[in-house]
Design a protein around this ligand. Sequence first.
Ligand SMILES: [Zn+2]
Length: 479
Amino acid sequence: MNQIAYRAPWIIAYQNGTHTLLKNGCVVVEGDTITHVGHGVPEDVDDVVETNSVISPGLISTHAHINESPVDKTIVEDANKRQFWNTSLIEILPIRGAAMTDSHRESCTNLSLAEHLRTGTTTVMHMGAPQDYLLEAIDRSGIRAYTTGSFRSGRWLTNDGKQVSYEWADDEGFSGLQRALDEVETIRSMKHPRIRPWLNPSQVDTCSENLLREAKKAADDSDVPITIHAAQSFTEFNEMTRRYGRTPIEWLADIGFLDERVMIGHGIFLGGTPAVNFHGDDLGLLADSGASVSYNAWTFARGGQNMFTYRKYLEAGVRVCLGTDSATQSMIESLRWTAVLGKVAEQRADGANSDEVFNSATVDAANYLGREDLGRIAPGAKADLLFFRTDSATMAPTRDPVKSIVYYAQPEDLTDVMVDGNFAVENGTVRGIDVARAAAEVQAAGEHIWESWPQGDWGGRTIDEHIPVSYPAFKESGS
Ligand SMILES: [Zn+2]
């Protein structure tokens, strides 16, 4: 197998348990693996590629909904959500979800995979409606992924725009779990180098205690990681305290769900933090259990919400990983918003720093997965590499490549993305996906969803009545 050396002015290389800044260095890739990192080029390489890049480890998104997120765009921002404490979950996303067809989800999947790759994600952890199409799309895109279909015992809705209601179908939760376990076996039997399973009981307030106990046991028996939405909205927090007299995190701890194989998305509304007026020590419970949190800063910030605070979670000993959740699905944006909002929340310029957020998006997520071969550039690690140009208006000058990526990089600066030793993005082009076609299909999906809005809304409103656009429509003069 050929050994190819990539020389670069900057390499974010991993050494002695930390990322380091290697100036004028070289990464050697053989097949799917990094075999050498250092200043000099080994004599026995077959080829040397000169680049003008920062070579970074690929980013790991620990929370994504690739078969639906693109159609969140323009329906969740700037809307009045007072009755549901600023979340889109109750009154907006169920309407969007009900209007979507499998074909819409396929189009969204293609566009999402392209967006992830184009913005630095080399490993995406997906949750969403079960769909056979996903595995084919992930394979074709070249990305690395964790996936299986989500399942739950019920769903929330509102019938009047005032209250949250729940509809229960516990049998569907258990059949969904069985389908997901079948998918675990399917994925394992594929022996695909880039696709692995995990489990996703959807949300803490839509899963019965029995379903969560079974799902956690099944995850342990199958040796797969497991994720659940919890502490993701004030409405959910209130429902759990009303239902059980416990915070969502306390209840998960009570039923034996929390341990180091669990990823909590999003873990914002915690007892004992300013996000809720409810005392407790959910941060301590998370830290003691070893469970991780997936923080998706942009999704919450656009709802006027923030983590209190990123730094305090780290100081409490909670592993915080990053994701993208909704639109935008850019891990560059996730890095940036986590750093900036962390500073704002702490009211300090060093309230969240580039090394911390970069760790969250790389080695911390890899360590959650038990994957010492991901999230780092070191001999023996998988060749998941990002090539950011250094000579662009946004990147130059480069003194500290991690700060440059966190605070300044744009998707256009990310010219090439290697996953598992192959280029999934080359000169800015996603090789495995027809982006123009996917974008046109997602536009059509959006048009369908927007027109269907009155059928899904409790009050029969049009989408423009429910979620106004930013300015009135242009009128032809004289009309
Ligand atoms: Zn989510």
